[in-house]
Design a protein around this ligand. Structure first.
Ligand SMILES: NC(=O)C1=CN([C@@H]2O[C@H](COP(=O)(O)OP(=O)(O)OC[C@H]3O[C@@H](n4cnc5c(N)ncnc54)[C@H](OP(=O)(O)O)[C@@H]3O)[C@@H](O)[C@H]2O)C=CC1
Ligand SMILES: O=C1OC[C@@H](O)[C@H](O)[C@H]1O
Length: 358
């Protein structure tokens, strides 16, 4: 492992996703490991929270490097020993956090949804370009070996023959009205809503399985959509994608009213179908190919010692080592494409539901 590149991370915030990211990248090993990671610094709205977080999630891994703990985010941006900032605040803060980090000359890996809208995302990429730093949206699912294998099978080996349609759903059973008003799932200023939080994954499954292109090289599918909205929060989002050049269709749905359906994604083609399964669509673990000719089904299972955040972290490490400012799997133009689709969905809107106990 000594000759692998190392990234010294500065972690912004101490919520759930920061716990997941830190726990994962501090693991000693994972399949296809290509980099080492240290947690160099952690910043939080409170130093006490930061200390508790480090005790609970960093100390058990017994790392050789102990993180410097800060009661602010700015001190992490200003820490000269930090190579890359990982932003794990609610979406409503991503633009500001990214811009502050970039201003301090730091590289950035920012959680999904990258921003509240395409305009905000563009501001961040413009700043990154001017400052000459690396920035990537942490759309971790795209970096899973399962995703890479599936894409190769679909687009290079043509396992399904002609691809016709992808159906993908992400469901969470949340009692949104009874969450605290300042919950990121309920407060629209924090980016609350199914589309930005989980619909983004089903769009990802549609976009990655219906075409092998990303960013500027990719076709902009035609989009139709509806949403169910209560108090400014979309409780469900239904998005249809249509690729004019191939006739391929995507049905990408998400809801916070129902638990996850399993398998969560089905890709249909002239030679059969593939069903993808997992605990949640963000962290796929297996898929099964069912041939149309009545042949035997093929099951593909992928091992992971944690949730799987290390694969995107490794990709960042390799980009930083090579001096790249963007990642080829999730380039800026791909984040912009997804943000534009989501802008369009929200602009189209949908049915407004009264929720009595809200
Ligand atoms: N890739 C994935 O699978 C997942 C990604 N995410 C993404 O990560 C981001 C954060 O989600 P999650 O970790 O679940 O959120 P949490 O609410 O668990 O944590 C968010 C953290 O952000 C900081 N924060 C700063 N200001 C606020 C504020 N006004 N309200 C709430 N928190 C604030 C807090 O840390 P502090 O006080 O220490 O500064 C807080 O702990 C979202 O953008 C989400 O989409 C989330 C879950 C899974
Ligand atoms: O993977 C996920 O599952 C739960 C969601 O709330 C979260 O934001 C998403 O990334």
């Amino acid at each position: 492992m000594a000759d692998l590149p190392t990234v010294r991370w500065g972690i912004i915030a101490t919520g759930m996703i920061c716990e997941w990211f830190v726990t994962d990248v501090l693991k000693p090993d994972w399949p296809e490991k290509r980099a080492n990671h240290t947690i160099q610094a952690i910043g939080s709205s409170s130093l006490e929270k930061c200390q508790k977080f480090a005790e609970k999630y960093v100390a058990p891994a017994k790392p050789t490097v102990q993180p410097t703990l800060y009661g602010s985010y700015q001190e992490v941006y200003d820490d000269a020993n930090v190579d890359c900032i990982y932003i794990g605040t609610p979406h409503g803060f991503h633009k500001k956090n990214c811009l502050d980090a970039i201003k301090a000359g730091k590289n950035v890996l920012c959680e999904k949804a990258f921003a509240l809208n395409a305009k905000e995302a563009e501001e961040v990429f413009t700043a990154a370009k001017e400052k000459g730093v690396f920035v990537m949206e942490a759309m971790w699912t795209r970096f899973f070996p399962l995703m890479k294998t599936l894409q190769k099978m679909l687009h290079e080996e043509k396992k399904l023959g002609t691809i016709y349609r992808t159906f993908s759903d992400f469901g969470l059973d949340f009692d949104i009205p009874n969450l605290p008003d300042d919950s990121r799932y309920k407060d629209p200023t924090l980016g609350a809503g199914s589309l930005l939080d989980i619909g983004i994954y089903t769009l990802t499954w549609g976009l990655t399985t219906l075409s092998d292109k990303v960013g500027d090289e990719a076709e902009e599918p035609e989009v139709a959509s509806t949403q169910s909205i209560a108090h400014g929060v979309d409780l469900s989002s239904q998005v249809l994608l249509h690729y004019r050049s191939t006739g391929r269709q995507g049905i990408c749905t998400s809801t916070t009213n129902e638990p996850q359906c399993k398998p969560f994604t089905r890709i249909e083609g002239s030679k059969g179908r593939i069903l993808v399964d997992a605990e949640a669509p963000s962290l796929p673990t297996r898929f099964t190919f069912y041939p149309k000719d009545g042949g035997k089904e093929e099951v593909y299972t992928f091992e992971s010692p944690g949730r799987g955040f290390y694969w995107e972290a490794d990709a960042v490490a390799l980009d930083l080592q090579a001096g790249r400012k963007q990642n080829a799997t999730m380039p800026w133009a791909e984040t912009m494409r997804v943000m534009r689709i989501m802008d369009g969905v929200r602009k189209r809107g949908g049915a407004r539901f009264p929720v009595d106990d809200w």
